[in-house]
Ligand binder design. Structure first.
Ligand SMILES: [Mg+2]
Length: 382
């Protein structure tokens, strides 16, 4: 059966820890963690062997070595990650024509038109996994679905080295038994509130008994969650997002005048973009916030940071206040965007040692949880 729309999502398994094994093959099969070696350092990423001991991203190194005394600690190697990323991009762009990289180790591809070549989606998935492994030595989990969200959730559920195919028409039944937290857009705060209301699974979001209260509390966000829960997801794959400029923008399914929604969206862009800056060894001198209202009127605000930055908690206050001064009351917006300009090579002196550890932990969390994690709002500045 030909799918009317097909999206492939790929996510490298434990990328930083796997990269460490590539750089030093004697680490293969051992519990490996990337992070600072001082007892007060923080673990940025852990191999699956280390995770079996309970070692997790953002855990203090001291605790990790207590849990796993034989833990092999490796310092982060951003140049290596960037080189692997470029190798993966090259091989994937040869194989799949329309790809969108959402982080150093995650990408979406629009594969609808490839079905004549690959009538069996799992064959295409295996090809992608093998191509990445041959080019880099990294293992990748791949999922195919009719939309981005289901593909991402399916990949998360099949890690490591997994391959998932969610057939069209089965999206809602696939999502139904999953925890609400698995849906992008439901962060730990919303999840905690939902749990307190005995709403634990995606299916609960569609339960008419919960509807009145959920609608009152979450308004149009509930509608967006319900659409995803039903398997409705038209979010397109945006090709070459990276090469255009360092910026993200999105059109909402439903126009919104809710400042909290605008804020949350921009904050999630900031997390991804700052992560990209850090990986490229860059810092941004200025930023632009962009809004498009429901009459298609575009307004922007460009502003300079006091100094070039690439650490999102430090960047957020200026961006947030620019958004607040730009957004008009009682105006419905259909699109928000954030971009950076004035990009400079980052110097070590940009950060305190403490921030460096926090940044390593943040990048580790992004590596572990993907961009969904960014909805946590990053980590506090202090
Ligand atoms: Mg990954």
């Amino acid at each position: 059966m030909r799918w009317s729309r097909q999206i492939l999502f790929g996510d490298i398994d434990a990328m930083f820890a796997s990269a460490a094994v590539l750089a030093d093959p004697s680490l293969a099969g051992k519990p490996v963690a990337v992070g600072g070696s001082s007892p007060r350092g923080i673990i940025a990423a852990a191999s699956y062997e280390a995770r079996a001991f309970g070692v997790r991203s953002a855990m203090p190194t001291g605790e990790a070595t207590r849990l796993c005394p034989q833990l092999m600690l490796v310092p982060p190697d951003r140049l290596l990650y960037q080189r692997l990323h470029e190798q993966m991009q090259a091989v994937i762009s040869r194989l799949l024509p329309v790809t969108e990289w959402t982080s150093i180790d995650e990408f979406y591809a629009e594969t609808t038109d490839m079905q004549s070549l690959y009538p069996d989606p799992s064959r295409l998935g295996r090809c992608v996994k093998e191509a990445i492994f041959e080019a880099t030595g990294l293992r990748c989990t791949v999922a195919l679905a009719s939309g981005k969200t289901v593909a991402k959730v399916a990949a998360d559920a099949h890690k490591p080295d997994g391959l998932a195919v969610i057939e069209p028409g089965t999206e809602a039944s696939f999502l139904a038994p999953r925890p609400v937290r698995d849906l992008p857009g439901i962060g730990p705060k919303s999840a905690a509130l939902l749990h307190a209301l005995s709403i634990h699974y995606v299916s609960d979001l569609l339960d008419p008994r919960h509807e009145p209260f959920l609608r009152q509390r979450w308004g149009h966000r509930l509608l967006a969650w319900q659409e995803v829960a039903r398997g409705v997801d038209h979010d397109p794959v945006v090709a070459d997002r990276e090469s255009k400029s360092l910026g993200h923008e999105t059109t909402f399914e439903h126009d919104t005048s809710d400042l909290a929604v605008l804020e949350e969206t921009i904050r999630s862009f900031l997390g991804t973009l700052a992560h990209d800056l850090r990986l490229q060894g860059l810092a941004a001198g200025s930023f632009t916030v962009k809004l498009k209202d429901n009459t298609f009127q575009i307004t922007t605000r460009q502003q300079q940071f006091r100094q070039a930055l690439n650490y999102d908690p430090a960047m957020w206050p200026a961006i947030r206040s620019a958004l607040h001064s730009l957004a008009l009351p009682r105006t419905a917006y259909r699109l928000v965007g954030l971009s950076f300009s004035g990009l400079l090579p980052a110097t070590e002196s940009l950060f305190t040692r403490r921030q460096d550890q926090a940044i390593a932990a943040l990048d580790g969390l992004i590596e572990r949880y993907g961009s969904r994690m960014i909805r946590l709002g990053g980590i506090p500045e202090e």
